[in-house]
Design a protein around this ligand. Structure first.
Ligand SMILES: [Fe+2]
Length: 334
C-alpha cells in the first residue's frame, strides 16, 4: 500500500464506524464543500482544503511522497522525537517506512477541537436536545481550541523531516472504531446486562482490556457501584477528540441515561457525573486507544504491511494469516 492508500483507508474506516452514521458524515462533508465554494479567494487561501475530503481534522498525513510504498510501520499512541529516534535506530536493521501516531500531531493537534461537534450529535441520539448539546459543546470546543493553541505542534514533524521520515496520525478514525466496537459488543450482550458489574465483566473479555488489567490499567468504575442498575447505557466518552463538557452530565441524566462508558475522566468531571447519579465506567485510555488502532492496523497487516508497536500500543491482532496449502506428494501405492 502507498501512504496515500493507507490515509484513504483510514478516512473510509472512520466514516464507516462513525456513531452518527455514514449519511450524516457525508452530508456534513458536502456542506463544507458548499461553504468553501462560497468563500472569497482570500478566505480560500486560509482554508484547510484537506477538510473537503476528510471529515476528521485530527487525522492527517505528512508525507513527502504520498505514492511511496509502505512495507513497515512504527506505530504507537504518542509519537514524539524519542519515537522518531527509535525509528531511526530500528531502521538500521530494516527500514521503517512510516511513523504512525494515534494522538494528533502538527496541524492535526491544532485542529483537535474541530472533531468535537461529533459528541453533540451522538448525545442527541441518546436523547439530549441537540440545541443544548451543541451550545454546551461549543463552550468546551473553544476551551480546547485555546488550550492546544499554545502547544509546540510541529516539534515531532520537524524531527521526522530532519531524519527523512513520513508521518501520519489517526485519531478520531481509530476512536470511532473503538466506539462502534463497544457499541456492538454491548448490544450483542444486552440480555446479559442488568447491573453495572455486568458491563465491567463484559469489557474485561476484550483482549486489550484483559492485557491492561495485568498492567493495573484495566476497566474501572469511577462513579456508581457494580450492584447498581445500568439504566440506559451510552458510549459517549470514547470518540470526538477529548473530554466533552462537564455541564453535559446533568443533561445526559435528564435524557434518561444511567451509565456512561468512557476512556478517561478528570476529577471535576467525575464529581459532576456523581452529582447527577450517573455510573461512569472508564474502560482505560491506552487500552482503548490500542483497541482502535488495532482494528485499523489489522486492515494494514492483512495487506502485507509489517507493524512494529511502541509507545503504549498493546498490539493484538484479530485475524490469522492463511497458510498456503501444502501440496501433498502422492506416494506410490505398494
Ligand atoms: Fe487517547
Amino acid at each position: 500500500m502507498t501512504i496515500q492508500e493507507i490515509y484513504q483507508r483510514a478516512i473510509k474506516l472512520g466514516i464507516q464506524n462513525d456513531l452518527r452514521g455514514q449519511t450524516v458524515v457525508k452530508r456534513k462533508l458536502q456542506c463544507v464543500n458548499e461553504q468553501y465554494k462560497e468563500l472569497s479567494s482570500e478566505k480560500k487561501k486560509e482554508f484547510d482544503t484537506e477538510a473537503l475530503t476528510n471529515p476528521f481534522s485530527d487525522t492527517r498525513m505528512f508525507a513527502s511522497d504520498p505514492q511511496k510504498q509502505i512495507k513497515r510501520i512504527l506505530a504507537g499512541i504518542d509519537m514524539d522525537t524519542g519515537e522518531v529516534m527509535l525509528a531511526h535506530e530500528l531502521s538500521k536493521d530494516k527500514p521503517i517506512d512510516l511513523i504512525l501516531s494515534h494522538h494528533p500531531i502538527g496541524p492535526a493537534l491544532a485542529g483537535l477541537h474541530e472533531v468535537m461537534d461529533l459528541q453533540a450529535e451522538v448525545l442527541a441520539q441518546y436523547g439530549v436536545p441537540i440545541t443544548t448539546a451543541e451550545s454546551l459543546m461549543k463552550i468546551r470546543l473553544d476551551e480546547v481550541s485555546r488550550s492546544v493553541s499554545a502547544a509546540n505542534h510541529s516539534r515531532v514533524l520537524d524531527s521526522a523531516r530532519l531524519l527523512g521520515y513520513d508521518m501520519m496520525c489517526t485519531h478520531t478514525i481509530a476512536d470511532n472504531m473503538v466506539a462502534t466496537y463497544l457499541d456492538k459488543l454491548l448490544k450483542k450482550e444486552k440480555k446479559n446486562i442488568e447491573r453495572v458489574g455486568d458491563v465491567l465483566k463484559i469489557l474485561k473479555t476484550v483482549p486489550e482490556y484483559r492485557e491492561a488489567m495485568k498492567q493495573k490499567a484495566g476497566p474501572m468504575l469511577f462513579t456508581g457501584s457494580p450492584e447498581r442498575h445500568t439504566g440506559k447505557i451510552a458510549v459517549t466518552e470514547v470518540t470526538g477528540g477529548t473530554e466533552g463538557s462537564k455541564e453535559m452530565y446533568e443533561k445526559i441524566a435528564q435524557a434518561g441515561v444511567g451509565t456512561i462508558i468512557g476512556m478517561h475522566l478528570g476529577e471535576e468531571y467525575k464529581k459532576e457525573a456523581e452529582k447527577h447519579h450517573l455510573n461512569v465506567i472508564i474502560a482505560g485510555h491506552m487500552s482503548s486507544d490500542s483497541l482502535g488502532m488495532n482494528l485499523f492496523l489489522d486492515e494494514l497487516e492483512k495487506r502485507g504491511i509489517e507493524v512494529i508497536p511502541c509507545s503504549g500500543l498493546i498490539r493484538i491482532k484479530r485475524f490469522t494469516t492463511k497458510k498456503k496449502p501444502t501440496t501433498k506428494r502422492k506416494g506410490k501405492k505398494k
